[in-house]
Design a protein around this ligand. Structure first.
Ligand SMILES: Cc1ncc(COP(=O)(O)O)c(C=O)c1O
Length: 209
């Protein structure tokens, strides 16, 4: 809610209260409404709700979009984060560095496995994990860094991957709000794999060859 105030000729002022939504997805939906509704109808008509050709096609499309070898469809973004952490065998006693400015599922998925989310502050310019502050938060228990690409704005992946590479940490990218977003060249979801680097993204999983 925003209170706007405007001076008027006699020296007084008029004010108005304006509702400013935190996030307005309606315009985005309006642009692809017909496509979404016909896809939903197609799935309902097929009565094939688990896996099947639609999921296979989606996985292939997403893998192509994010330039990954594989994409695996999950029931939700929360499940994708959980599965990525489980694949790395992260659990009690482990720490995962992440951002406090995100949806609750990011830190929640770490906590659900008994591991500790370690919050590193954001960069106010892009609202994402500030790489300059990551190194101070590293401990011998740190297993992974979990940056979030919030509001479609990719985190500073170059610096984050360098820190992870130096400390032999996994990187799990939470791209729930930014699938397909790009971070300067090379694409944020298609960075070259550094040696011994495992990177898991919500929406995709790939290990170095
Ligand atoms: C940044 C972020 N991560 C994870 C999630 C979790 O996704 P889901 O609601 O599909 O479980 C969301 C959902 O809004 C999100 O915004």
């Amino acid at each position: 809610m925003l209170l706007a105030s405007k001076p008027i000729a006699d020296g007084g002022s008029i004010s108005a209260t304006i509702q400013v939504p935190f996030l307005d997805l309606q315009p985005q939906f309006a642009a692809i409404r017909a496509e979404i509704l016909s896809s939903v109808e197609r799935v309902l008509e097929s009565q094939h709700f688990i896996l099947g050709s639609e999921v296979k096609a989606l996985e292939a499309d997403v893998a192509r979009l994010v330039e990954c070898q594989f994409a695996i469809g999950c029931a939700s973004g929360s499940d994708a984060l959980l599965l990525a952490l489980m694949a790395l065998e992260i659990g009690p006693g482990d720490e995962v560095i992440t951002t406090p400015f995100t949806f609750v599922a990011t830190a929640g998925s770490i906590a659900r496995l008994g591991a500790r989310p370690v919050f590193v502050d954001i960069n106010p310019d892009d609202f994402n994990l500030d790489p300059q502050k990551i190194e101070k938060a590293l401990t011998p228990r740190t297993r992974a860094i979990l940056p979030v690409h919030l509001f479609g704005r990719p985190a500073e992946m170059g610096a984050i991957l360098q820190i992870a590479g130096r400390s032999d940490l996994a990187v799990i990218e939470d791209a729930a709000q930014s699938i397909g977003a790009r971070w300067r060249p090379p694409a944020c979801l298609a960075l070259p794999w550094e040696q011994n680097q495992v990177s898991i993204r919500t929406g995709g999983y790939q290990q170095p060859a």
